[in-house]
Design a binder for this molecule. Sequence first.
Ligand code: ASP
Length: 440
Amino acid sequence: MKKMALHWKILIGMLLGIIFGFIMTGVTGGKEFVGDWINPFGTIFVKLLKLIAIPLILASLIKGISDLKDISKFRNIGLRTIVTYILTTVIAISIGLVLVNLAQPGDGISEETVAKLSETYAENSGVTSKIQEAGKDRGPLQFLVEMVPDNAFKAFSDNGLMLQVIFFTILFGISMLLIGEKAAKPLKDLFDSLNDVVLKMVDLIMLSAPVAVFALLAQVVVTADDPEILKRLLYYAGVVVTGLLLMICFYMLLVAFIAKKNPLWFLKQISPAQLLAFSTSSSAATLPVTMERVEEHIGVDKEVSSFVLPVGATINMDGTSLYQAVAAVFIMQVLWPEGLIFSNQLTIVLTALLASIGSAAVPGAGMVMLVIVLEAVGFPAEMMPIALALIFAVDRPLDMCRTVVNVTGDATVSMLVAKSVGKLGEPKPKDWDDHYEEVK
Ligand code: ASP
């Protein structure tokens, strides 16, 4: 019998998880049951993915750089990557701004709804902690300072310090190139082999993905907010989702016309990563799977993917920046219409771009950065808790959707950069049991 494709298995797991979650919401003690007995399996899966993120970046980036024959190639890839990331993000923000100005979702929100939402959420710890987190004092070049580690092992021990790991690894890889092929060979062999091992770990962990997404989605459903509140924000959420779908269409055009590949084939290959992005709301947790799909199933050479994807997971968040543009204008439409002037919309483009670079690739990060975007346009500080309360109820489902776009954007850009430097080859998928017979 032909094996069922992974994305179907994951999709079935997700659907069953949603159905199970709804059933459990109706049962007394159901929410606690899911929290105590189902959710841990989702948490374990996310931990497993995060567990291999740093070793994977380390092995894959060192292998990628040390395979290069000269450093100028690396400069070339780096420059193309950053420029493409900035361009796609600006396009995402522009799509968001155009949509929210056309659709005016803020018009449909009555004062009574605002009052109800602020009553429910303004004091909520989720909202207040986000404002506090955004309030940390930061100079304009702080992100550069934070990118440089002062202790490599400390950086390796914290997934939140991914850019520091990338910085160290690039320096290490370039130094390996500079000591010459012969002297670097033992290290190169070590990291080549480490890279294969970690990718095999991804295959093994993914065997449990269908069960894990069941658990993750059941938990999302049982902890979801009151459907009545969600309904009131449906129009706003619809604008964000429409923007995100347009962004996916835009990527498909890029794949078809620039990478010259069938966009549906691309979506099929990348779909397990998209489904995980949706289930985990974290591009960082999804990174190992994105890398495996892009390298083995799409055919992007490691020289490109090993740099473009980890960097993208942290700095390229098209879905998040589109969401920030829509959310910021929506909040202004409801609470501060006098602030809706053209120059403020331009400020949103710039700050949402910077905010998407600065957002951590974890659930809910986009909302923290939204505070910074709002501050930049001069939004009154005393209204900030109400502003966040307004959109808090739908933040989680929108986070799931924008993370899919973040991950798809990274994969698309890696394909474009690979194509432009002649590094887009044939896919070579590997299975977890390729060598199983030998060791059985
Ligand atoms: N959850 C998103 C990500 O990890 C970031 C955000 O928009 O909150 O990509």
